[in-house]
Design a protein around this ligand. Structure first.
Ligand code: ZN
Ligand code: FE
Length: 259
């Protein structure tokens, strides 16, 4: 049986691990120790590492993992410097894992310029999206390298995937993202419900993830930049209505940066 487990790392990272009680793959191992503990406890053999972007909290565990599992593939974006990378990926590339799983690569610039996401359709665990620091639950990554237009386009690329797609992002930011979402749309009932659900999960120290795309479309302000409620809120905040959807996205991102 296949399992998808978020291994907690640092204070708010998750290292997603896909395994069948024998073989395992991990996404964005920013730290090796929690991964090694998880693998050793279950006698799992690491078969490969998937990387979404070059930030230290996503790549710093690669070297130590490769020392213990030499020769395994390290997939990563072609347009960034990734330590130990063995396979360079660009838009449309396919990554073949065990279990007949193929992941499709999307280039999603914005948080960083070379950021990629991995999408697996119809896996034994459903449709899976590993999106790193691009799409978060109720939020999106900060624009460290890209423009609002790039990030908006990247998010649009992901939201056309099937609604039941599981969103496996890399940070547990959901609670603070929801506080912002509530400020933008105080009367959105779906956001209220998500706040209750997430506070119950976090109260028991359980992850708020994976989320799903259909839920994100209802609660994530960064995917709702053309909704009249969001536009009205931006008009109140900025004194004028956004000129277009990219402007709307840019204003939301600026607001969130200082929230
Ligand atoms: Zn990052
Ligand atoms: Fe990160």
């Amino acid at each position: 049986m296949l399992t998808l487990h978020p291994i907690p790392a640092f204070t708010d990272n998750y290292i997603w691990c896909l395994h069948d009680n024998q073989s395992a793959y991990v996404v964005d191992p920013g730290q090796a120790d929690p991964v090694l503990d998880y693998l050793h406890d279950r006698s799992l053999a690491l078969k490969g590492i998937l990387i979404t972007h070059h930030h230290w909290d996503h790549v710093s565990g690669i070297d130590a993992l490769m020392e213990e599992y030499p020769g395994i593939p390290v997939w990563g974006p072609a347009n960034e410097t990734i330590p130990g990378r063995t396979q360079s990926l660009t838009e449309g590339d396919l990554v073949t894992l065990n279990w007949d799983i193929q992941l499709q690569v999307f280039e999603v610039p914005g948080h960083t310029l070379g950021h990629i996401a991995y999408y697996g359709a119809d896996t034994p665990l459903g449709n899976l999206l590993f999106c790193g620091d691009t799409l978060f639950s109720s939020g999106c990554g900060r624009l460290f390298e890209g423009t609002p237009e790039q990030m908006h386009r990247s998010l649009q690329k992901l939201t056309v995937l099937p609604p039941d797609t599981k969103v496996c992002c890399t940070h547990e930011y959901t609670t603070s993202n929801l506080a912002f979402a509530q400020a933008v749309e105080p009367y959105n009932q779906d956001i209220q419900e998500r706040v209750s659900a997430v506070s119950a999960l976090r109260g028991r120290n359980l992850p708020s993830l994976p989320s799903t795309l259909d839920l994100e479309l209802k609660v994530n302000p960064f995917l709702r930049v053309t909704e009249s409620t969001v536009l009205e809120s931006l008009r109140e905040k900025c004194g004028q209505r956004p000129a277009n959807e990219v402007d709307s996205f840019a204003k939301l991102r600026e607001w969130k940066d200082s929230f």
